[in-house]
Design a binder for this molecule. Structure first.
Ligand code: NAD
Length: 438
């Protein structure tokens, strides 16, 4: 069995390496020549824990290879996994141009029955769209099966998530395609992972509904955090008290600057759009998006008002990626908030353990540093934007001695307010009372 993966981004590269690790021969293709050249030279273009090791291992075993030649890869493969981007359009809907391009390429190289699998997150009806494009452009005698197999991996723990998922969803109306998919995933079935087999449309919706629900939890706790700030309650205790209820659970009940990244913002917007296109309203999801926008703005205002004159202040920023253990800054709240501070005239110094390079490209006026203490030097305040582990146990005495003013604004609540006050900081966090130095 040979599998072709189209798109070698976060999802395609992880899927390709993991399927190759199952012992399947995988051809990973991308139209980005530079990316493929890097991969062929053994360089991994993204930061993802464990990925470099797995790619090197499977390439060394002859199971994983890279190419820009989608046509040949399609021709020699029995299954094609589509893992290209589906970025948002200005109206919130998913841009399917890359999906269409791939479907068109497949149609021109369909030389036998093939299973066409969508791993990208796509709106309801995309499986049918792919099927129509492939049918129109190909010799129909070969036949093909359309499958929706949405991916639930999280950046930062992508390999673990792929190899030990909570569930695998397979949506198809084609029995032969279903059997092929069950065969491909047989190592996970043997490991006891639950499988949901359904129709294409339900599988497509499971992905959007899941991400929108998780985003709902985040916006919900952020709304509660704002209420805590004006009423003297502590959101951390409120979240703990809620999360111990097993019907609620504590995951994704973390207050902060709101959700970001390449998935939650675009998938919630897309779900709202999908409903509107069908004459409905996703009232909950629309509110989730509104709360998320409000939260970013509210926390930017909170930072600004922490300084006497923000336009004359030097502000240190720790973390730019939308979450720890990734270099992904797509729709990261940190980038938005830094841009807002720059607009107000603040001078910004920043450090991210993995996203300095990505940050430099979008924030050219920021001074980038090589570590948290370099950031702290002579700043009027420090903002913790991303909860990287290395920011959790900073040497507080050293930090205070380097800073011009001992002010920490912690948007991830990774420090104990009393500890910060004892260490001599004025400390602001999310959904908890501001602490003055003890
Ligand atoms: P990405 O932007 O990192 O990678 C997409 C890749 O597809 C790029 O390398 C691009 O060059 C390539 N590509 C685009 N058009 C192509 C074409 N016609 N032929 C060949 N290659 C092409 O995207 P990603 O983060 O891996 O996401 C891919 C999809 O998976 C999206 O729909 C996303 O919503 C979904 N998803 C992402 C995650 C995540 O955490 N990143 C998790 C689950 C699902």
């Amino acid at each position: 069995m040979k599998i072709c993966i189209v798109g070698t981004g976060y999802v395609g590269l992880v899927t390709g390496a993991c399927l190759a690790d199952f012992g399947i021969e995988v051809l990973a293709v991308d139209k980005d020549v530079d990316k493929i050249q890097q991969l062929q030279a053994g360089k991994i273009p993204i930061y993802e824990p464990g990925l470099a090791t797995l790619v090197r291992k499977t390439v060394g075993e002859g199971l994983l290879s890279f190419s820009t030649d989608i046509g040949s890869a399609v021709e020699v493969s029995s299954s094609i996994f589509i893992a290209v981007g589906t970025p948002p359009l200005p109206d919130g809907s998913a841009d399917l141009q890359f999906i269409r391009q791939v479907a068109d390429s497949i149609s021109r190289h369909l030389n036998s029955y093939k299973v066409i699998v969508t791993k990208s997150t796509v709106p309801l009806g995309t499986g049918k769209l792919i099927g129509d494009i492939v049918a129109q452009g190909s010799d129909s005698s070969h036949g093909f099966g359309i499958v929706s197999n949405p991916e639930f991996l999280r950046e930062g723990s992508a390999i673990e998530d792929f190899l030990r998922p909570d569930r695998v969803v397979i949506g198809t109306a084609d029995d032969r395609a279903l059997q092929t998919m069950l065969d491909i995933y047989s190592p996970l079935r043997r490991a006891g992972v639950p499988f949901v087999t359904t129709d294409v449309e339900s599988a497509e919706l499971i992905k959007y509904a899941s991400n929108s629900f998780l985003a709902t939890k985040i916006s919900f706790i952020n709304e509660i955090a704002e209420l805590c700030e004006v009423s003297g309650a502590d959101v951390e205790v409120v979240a703990e008290g809620m999360g111990l209820d097993q019907r609620i659970g504590n995951r994704f009940l973390r207050p902060g600057p709101g959700f970001g990244g390449s998935c939650f913002p675009k998938d919630t917007s897309a779900l709202a759009r999908i409903s509107r296109d069908r004459g409905l309203r996703s009232r909950i999801v629309e509110s989730v998006l509104e709360v998320n926008r409000h939260t970013r703005k509210r926390l930017l205002d909170k930072i600004v008002s922490a300084f006497d004159k923000v336009e004359e202040s030097a502000i240190g920023v720790l973390g730019l990626s939308f979450k720890p253990d990734t270099d992904d800054i797509r729709d990261s709240p940190a980038i938005d908030i830094v841009a807002g501070l720059l607009e107000k005239g603040a001078k910004i110094k920043a450090y991210d353990p993995a996203a300095n390079a990505a940050g430099r490209a979008v924030l050219p006026t920021v001074t980038f540093c090589e570590g948290p203490y370099e950031v702290a030097k002579e700043v009027d305040g420090l903002v913790i934007m991303t909860e990287w582990n290395q920011f959790r146990k900073l040497d507080l005495d050293r930090l205070r001695s380097l800073m011009r003013t001992p002010l920490v604004i912690d948007l991830r609540n990774i420090y104990d307010p009393n500890d910060m006050a004892t260490a001599g900081f004025r400390y602001l966090s999310v959904g908890r009372a501001t602490k003055q130095p003890a």
